[in-house]
Design a protein around this ligand. Structure first.
Ligand SMILES: [Zn+2]
Length: 490
């Protein structure tokens, strides 16, 4: 050995993930004339490291990159690249966005049945046996098992993600079936989480499905999220969205984001270690009531299928440590135009959560943050009550006062689904302009689908001096339940 006994000491930088195998050291000084000689000395001194750097056939593992100064050794002479004391050797394991333990896939094996099941992955060099083992070693948490959670659950289960966690507390409803493809008509009335687990486990018995039947809250979020590599946000409300973001930043987990509304979708990957978080993008939530929910605004049934599969794709890419993730990019999709657009997202240097001087260091009260104060809601409800009328009361008044004016403030396409006999259509959007058609001397009852829009119309009439006005509590939905059981509900 030409180098033996020489003082040719090379600094070797050990990545955080591997430091536990070298007594928590960050830098080692080792001798050798080539990269191979330095590595031989390294694994000679720390034998536990060997299985993390080399595969069984003695080849350097594909997810371990070695750099001499700024150069990947593959662009030089590989393991035979010469080194001198002026050089530094850096070990860079290219792993799942930093979220997977290096070597976690090594302790995983694929049975013959699994090899057959995943063969179309295994024959792709971008996945291969190593990639499929990474997928099996990975754990992914799905927050929500609704529109987005359905395609996410189906594809990640089929792809063989080893552990899938489901968080939901809802029950399957008839109105879910138009887009939540995890569920069948027979599942209506069952807890989503039980129906989802049964369906997913039937698709792939080789994976573990963990269920968390709970509403994600500041109290349980850290505890649930900490056991997973990747979190996927499939929620539909702002308090949970901020809660998921904050918990992921505090725990250092990538958060695969998706949102849907009518025919438009958004997707991104928030990983504060490498890019912006959700708070960098939206520091403050919109005021409550400004952004309608899917229940109010509707959603094209196919849209969550598209956005959810984009999220599933991002999750698999993070697990494989392959491709260009949506970190720092916001993908916008419009189904009507069938167009994708992309926006660059930058980390906000003053972000209160992921910036250098964070003011948010633990989870907060997200309902309050989003302006949904329970006390405020109760007070508003009490105030509303004095202006509301029940379906039964309305029926009595209509029977006794034929001159009563019933005004439907829904949209024409909703009126086509169902309407109350004698109601006049005045959609909320035109209400301010058309108020002149009403007479303040008349007894007026306003109604909509669930009772929200009619309260807004009532406010307009109140501020115009109308007094004999009421809003139907629970809207036409309550009317169908209590007065006209044969009426179509939507
Ligand atoms: Zn941030």
């Amino acid at each position: 050995m030409k180098n033996s006994g020489s003082s040719n000491l090379i600094p070797v930088y050990i990545p955080t993930a591997l430091q536990r195998f070298v007594g928590q050291q960050e830098t080692l000084k080792l001798s050798g004339a080539t990269v191979k000689e330095v590595l031989d000395q390294l694994v000679g001194q720390y034998p536990e490291l060997k299985q993390h750097l080399y595969a069984a056939d003695g080849q350097l593992r594909s997810f371990v990159n070695l750099f001499i100064n700024d150069d990947d050794i593959r662009t030089r002479q590989g393991l035979q690249t010469p080194v001198s004391e002026k050089d530094a050797l850096t070990i860079v394991p290219s792993i799942a966005g930093g979220s997977l333990e290096p070597g976690a896939a090594d302790s995983v094996t694929l049975s013959n049945d699994e090899v057959k099941r995943y063969s179309r992955h295994l024959i792709m060099p971008e996945v291969g046996v190593q990639g499929q083992k990474k997928i099996k070693a990975a754990s992914v948490l799905l927050i929500g098992t609704g529109g987005l959670g359905s395609p996410l659950g189906l594809y990640l289960t089929s792809a063989g993600v080893g552990k899938i966690g489901l968080v939901d507390f809802d029950v399957v409803d008839f109105t879910n079936l138009q887009r939540q493809v995890l569920y069948t008509t027979e599942d209506v009335g069952k807890p989503k989480i039980a129906a989802a687990k049964a369906r997913l486990q039937a698709i792939n018995p080789y994976i573990t499905i963990e269920t968390h039947e709970a509403r994600l809250s500041s109290e349980n979020a850290m505890d649930i999220i900490k056991d997973y590599d990747i979190v996927i946000d499939g929620t539909d409300n702002f308090p949970t969205r901020y809660l998921v973001n904050d918990a992921c930043v505090l725990l250092g987990k990538p958060n695969v984001y998706g949102s849907i509304f009518r025919f438009e979708g958004q997707a991104s990957v928030f990983d504060a270690k490498k890019g912006p978080c959700y708070r960098c993008l939206y520091p403050e939530p919109p005021p409550p009531g400004l952004v309608p929910s899917c229940a109010e605004g509707g959603v094209l049934g196919i849209l969550p299928g598209i956005v959810g599969t984009i999220q599933a794709t991002e999750a698999i890419k993070i697990i494989l440590g392959n491709g260009e993730p949506l970190i720092g990019r916001l993908l916008l999709f419009n189904a009507m135009k069938m167009k994708f657009r992309e926006l660059k997202l930058r980390k906000n240097p003053t972000c209160p959560l992921c910036g250098p001087n964070p003011t948010i260091t633990k989870l907060i009260d997200y309902e309050q943050f989003c302006g949904i104060t329970r006390g405020g809601e109760a007070a508003a409800e009490q105030e509303n009550q004095s202006w509301e009328i029940t379906a039964k009361e309305l029926k009595q008044r209509m029977d006794s006062n034929k001159a009563l004016k019933l005004i439907d403030v829904r949209e024409p396409h909703e009126f086509d689904i169902c309407s109350i006999g004698g109601a006049k259509l005045m959609p909320l959007g035109q209400f301010a302009q058309r108020m002149g058609e009403l007479d303040s001397a008349d007894e007026i009852v306003l109604h909509c689908h669930h009772g929200m829009r009619s309260m807004r119309a009532l406010e307009l009439l109140r501020s115009a001096g109308f007094k004999k006005i009421k809003s139907l509590h629970g809207g036409i939905d309550a009317w169908a339940d209590d007065i006209e059981p044969g009426m179509a509900k939507y």
